[in-house]
Ligand binder design. Sequence first.
Ligand SMILES: O=C(O)CCC(=O)C(=O)O
Length: 274
Amino acid sequence: MNYSSNDLAQLKSDFEDKGFIVLKHFFAQDEMPALLEYILQAEPSEGQGGLSKGAMQFRSNLFYKSKNIQNFITQQKMVDVLRHLIGNDFWIRWDQAVGKGPGAPVFPWHQDNGYNELSCEHFQFWIAVTKSTEQNGTILISPESHLKGRLPHTFDGKHTCYQGEVDQSMMIEAEPGDVLLFSSLTLHKTLPNVTADDVRWAYVLEFMSLKDYDPGVPKPYFVVSKEGKPFGEFVHHHPAKNMFTELEYQLRKLKGPVRVALQRVKKAFAPTAA
Ligand SMILES: O=C(O)CCC(=O)C(=O)O
């Protein structure tokens, strides 16, 4: 798929207005079985494997060790589109493949910033590795929700969820090779898989400008694009890392234990029933 400079300008403006764009047939359907093979062969890190529930499985951080995946995510045609949205220099902070087999549950409404608590936006490149339908657990997004900024989320014991009102929602059904590109601030969820035998796979790549740093991601950092060209190398120094990003992270880490301690104190001093 080749995009003219007019197409790219339109895609950028749609992305900024709606918080997502759909790139139909971005990859050829017959490229997807090989991608699924790379996903299944790659060694995942523990990471968000913890999000797996029943027949819904997450395989995260596959790019660190898989050369095949590193080559896949630094393709010229991906860089060409992404650099119009992100800028010429960007890295990948996270990737995850999500398989939903028969009986897989809902993955509730959330912004990806709700999980990582970052204040900066990043760019979610969702690839339909297999056909993705209403029945087999496809994705729903809420257009324009990114304009609200970071919303409050709660933890349900397994997943981080947005429990407020969702004014608009749009289901994205996709053929293998279609791409949904959305902002990390865009609310989204996935449906249950109610089929008898259809396993749905999506692969999500999370790209971030090299001007932004995520202190929750340990080095080395995989740089995907430099000066608008595929780069594809790990670096040990992140250009946006500094004293303030570290301090912010340490304070964020403290927030959880402080909250738990306050709850314990409250409980200890709560009046007991007579
Ligand atoms: O399963 C999917 O298609 C996407 C899962 C999801 O919501 C996410 O990766 O943030």
